[in-house]
Design a protein around this ligand. Sequence first.
Ligand code: ATP
Ligand code: MG
Length: 447
Amino acid sequence: MIRRWLHKVLGKPSGPSKPRIYPLEQHGIRREGIHSCALKVTRTLKEAGYTAFVVGGAVRDLLLNREPKDFDIATDATPEEVRKLFRRARIIGRRFQIVHVYCGADTIEVTTFRAHQGEEDEDRVTAADGMILRDNVFGAQHEDAIRRDFTVNALYYDPVTQEVWDYHGGFADAKNHVLRMIGDPATRFREDPVRMLRAARFAAKLDFHIDATTRAPIAELAPMLARIPASRLFDEMMKLLLSGHAERGVRQLRAEGLHHGVLPMLDAILDNPGRQKFLHAAMHDTDERVRNGQSASPAFMLACLLWFDMQEQFERLHDSGLPEHPALFAAMDDTLERQRTALAFPRRLDGTIKEIWALQARFNQRSGARPLRLLAHPRFRAGYDFLLLRARGGDSAAELAEWWARFQDAGDDERNSMLKPVGEEGAKRRKRRPRRKAAATDSGSDA
Ligand code: ATP
Ligand code: MG
């Protein structure tokens, strides 16, 4: 509290402390676009004598006539003060303390204005190379603005007065579709290298041009991403891949030289034309799903990204004498474990990823009662979608995909006529597979 008061009295020399204020006629953001819970939270805070703004991505998206993903609130009330004002609210986080306010099934994140300040401060720890390790210092609103990443992410909207406060020219940048870093780009990327990935993600999502000065240091600083904890990299990559703009996002990563080392498998896939086709089909479909308001699952995306690795591993194990069924299961486990060292994806996804893969083997079984059993499998849809992608990706599954498309829609008589004679399938299974062909997919095991 004392520190906050001192900051308020003394102010900070860095960056503009007076915002440019835009009234409704100029920004055109309508109150109806704001989530009712965010309206309630800002109003309650203001009635209690604090300042409160909708901030970050929501203001940016509304200004661009896009639908915001979520609504964040920034205020000069401390987390404890915020918590006391709401019946259902909880302080969370250690590195950054924020308050979650709950309204029905929705959650609004409320953050106290934070300062971006010198290394001497006890609450801020910076590593020798400029990376911020801990950052929990409250500050004034203009200080909160300067520690944000891009100018378009540092706009504050007050739903009560209907004003937009702009400290860094984000309003003009939004209108001109420019992504510009606040402050010195190299310093800001060094502080938090993830901002480089964010630059690529926002440029893709918003269809913005990355300002030349902001872009310049990225190529040189890209290797700093290797120092980011694997779990944070995973979160950021999933945001990019499930944003509805994965195709453009990955293209942007490549253009900035950021794909090396971010996702080891992304590297391998993008540099291999045979694999590229499949991944692009996967990203294209996911983008469409997200844009149509359908869900897109991290497990499905990971199953796509790791598919080739898993198949190669399966081939190795099978060729070294392991029967198909154990080889498939060992290959799935090996692949997931190996990837986890580079990219900390949660173990709870393993089950779904493995099911999607194992189903690929079961699609080959087209005799007897097995196809009907498979139709009733709870993950049939995900497995089938994956099969369709393989077909489009040029992985010899086209005939199989077509068969399953017909089988699903067919009546009983047609289904019966489509089933393969049991003996024929068995004979095929005993035949030696040609090397390097859709390995796990012609396993005859009932996974
Ligand atoms: P999205 O639409 O993806 O949610 P967003 O801009 O809201 O975009 P968030 O990750 O939700 O992004 O972060 C909210 C705000 O917090 C950002 O707009 C930005 O002002 C600030 N912010 C988030 N991450 C960083 C960072 N690494 N460095 C600086 N500021 C950040
Ligand atoms: Mg957000």
